[in-house]
Design a protein around this ligand. Structure first.
Ligand code: PMV
Length: 340
């Protein structure tokens, strides 16, 4: 029997301008931009075996997991035209994360991008992992989770058509190039406020944007924020960068709170940490800012030159507000890697 396997790691990412709300076919209502992470990765291996039909089994951390099947089935349904050979293959999909499963870190971005890379790798005969390969992988990953489209490129990735970026697209992400070379290397210390499962999924949140009373204002605001964020990077204006990133984080949660029905994902300690970050920044003039994903954890972003002061601040002042006094020490990375 013919058996072949391929294996990739792919990172999670943290949005600076958030994707929140879509139109049909996983097309975003606004452009988004993110830092690709370095340490928070999904590692996926697929073993392909000839078969008369398409079949698959999914294992997470070595344990067969059927509760992931509904999401995976939707993804396979949407993406099957890209993988003609799947009709006659049985797949053994084995996945694991470098970050704790229950940490509340968005794993769909790293999971769907790693899965797509393995599937696409099996379709390309010449193993040329060129720009086009990653653009296709980004397009297909989007069909599993919108934000997964951005995990294919580092250090900064953009998804959604915008007049600000020439080759931008609603179908796939692109890398931000022509960045000023000395734009500082950034860290992301992820403060784990709540390790539980989210009460409202991102898919449900996106759905609530369809008829959201602030939808048109949000589209306007995100486009302005996007434009200014690019400006802040090009002009190395950290003050502007910080202002926009925090505005986006709070807007994301404000949109959740003003949805119908309304929901709240942050926790009292999220607010405590945010207030402490602002106070420390004001008092000590340290360049750093917070952002939030769809959850209670706080991502603390800062350039390399702030590292010593920020780590000290986290350990002395913030860890007491984290679950089990834990944080993930991550930084900005360059995207996926093939393992074999
Ligand atoms: O990719 P999804 O469908 O899980 O949505 C992600 C949405 C946010 O993480 C909240 C924002 C973003 O742009 O990553």
């Amino acid at each position: 029997m013919n058996r072949k396997s391929t294996s990739w790691t792919s990172p999670s990412n943290i949005a600076l301008v958030k994707y929140w709300g879509k139109i049909d076919n996983q097309i975003p209502i606004n452009p988004s931009i993110s830092f690709t992470l370095k340490e928070s990765l999904t590692k996926t291996k697929i073993t392909f075996e000839e078969s008369t039909d398409f079949e698959y089994e999914f294992f997470f951390d070595g344990v067969k997991k059927d509760d992931f099947r509904p999401k995976l089935n939707t993804f396979f349904e949407r993406s099957k035209s890209f993988f003609p050979s799947l009709n006659f293959l049985k797949l053994k999909i084995e996945s694991s994360n470098t970050f704790p499963h229950s940490s509340g870190i968005a794993s769909s971005a790293s999971a769907f991008s790693a899965l797509t890379l393995c599937l696409l790798d099996n379709e390309v005969k010449d193993s040329s992992y060129d720009k086009d390969f990653f653009l296709r992988a980004s397009h297909i990953s989007r069909l599993g989770s919108g934000s997964a489209s951005r995990s294919l490129f580092g250090p900064i990735s953009i998804w959604g058509k915008t007049s600000e970026i020439q080759n931008s697209s609603d179908e796939n992400a692109v890398v931000l190039d022509n960045m000023p070379i000395d734009f500082p290397k950034f860290y992301d210390s992820i403060l784990l406020v709540d390790e539980g499962e989210k009460k409202v999924s991102s898919s449900a949140g996106h759905e609530l944007m369809r008829n959201h009373r602030f939808k048109s204002l949000r589209i306007l605001q995100s486009n302005i924020n996007f434009k200014n964020l690019i400006k802040s990077i090009n002009e190395k204006d950290l003050g502007l960068f910080i202002k926009i990133v925090e505005d986006e984080a709070l807007t994301l949660h404000a949109l959740m709170m003003t949805s119908n029905p309304s929901f709240i994902l942050f926790k009292p300690n999220t607010i405590e940490i945010i207030n402490r970050i602002r106070e420390f920044r004001n008092n000590n003039h340290v360049d750093m800012c917070f952002t939030l994903d769809a959850g209670a954890n706080v991502h603390l972003l800062y350039p390399e030159y702030s590292r010593i002061e920020v780590i000290d601040f986290i350990e002395n002042e913030l860890l007491k507000f984290c679950k089990s006094n834990k944080y993930i020490d991550d930084s900005v990375g360059m995207g996926p890697s093939k393992i074999h």
